[in-house]
Design a protein around this ligand. Structure first.
Ligand code: ZN
Length: 187
């Protein structure tokens, strides 16, 4: 009989992409628009060296909006994987069927943040203990995603996080940027 041994599960940090790992510039549809923060590279190395899983989770409705193909998105995410010590990138290409209809992307799904689908899928694939894990984001929808997945939540003030004023959704922690959070955990 197999039993679940939670002691062997990994802690993880789930990272929003734009505004947390790289500069927020609106819809990214080419590698040329990707400007990865130096402090994110350093922070991610700290998590990696501590034995944590590092997973990017990102809404990519640009696919459903017809601005970006999944093949092109794969190319962009390969660039992120080449530059950063991350274990995986999960993305949601969907958008609810409101305006345009681009098959098969205009659907109600379980992966578009703030739904917890990407975190739950990543936890299964990478043997992650959600009780020991954190989500880091810069918007209310990110923080809500973390709460929906029952992980601890961290707001960083980079990207749109700098606009965070009296939002009704309260993160568990607030830091200037991803590296400040890594320093808090590991020093
Ligand atoms: Zn989705």
């Amino acid at each position: 009989m197999k039993t679940m041994n939670t002691a062997n599960k990994y802690p993880a940090v789930f990272l929003d992409r734009d505004g947390v790992v790289n500069k927020e510039v609106g819809y990214i549809t080419s590698i040329e628009q990707v400007e990865i923060y130096d402090f994110a590279i350093e922070a991610i190395n700290m998590f990696h060296n501590a034995g944590w899983k590092v997973i990017i989770i990102t809404n990519q409705s640009a696919v459903a909006r017809g601005m970006l193909t999944e093949a092109k998105l794969y190319e962009i995410h390969k660039y992120f994987m080449d530059c950063l010590n991350v274990d995986d990138i999960f993305y949601c290409p969907h958008y609810p069927p409101i305006d345009e209809e681009i098959y098969p992307y205009n659907i109600y799904c379980n992966c578009r943040k703030p739904a917890p689908g990407m975190i739950i899928e990543a936890a299964k694939k990478h043997n992650i203990d959600l009780k020991k894990s954190y989500l880091v984001g810069e918007r209310g929808s990110d923080i809500l995603t973390g709460k929906n997945a029952q992980v601890s939540t961290v707001l960083v003030k980079t990207g749109y996080g700098s606009d965070w004023l009296d939002n009704k959704i309260k993160p568990d922690y607030v830091f200037e940027n991803l590296k400040e959070f890594a320093l808090f955990l590991f020093t």
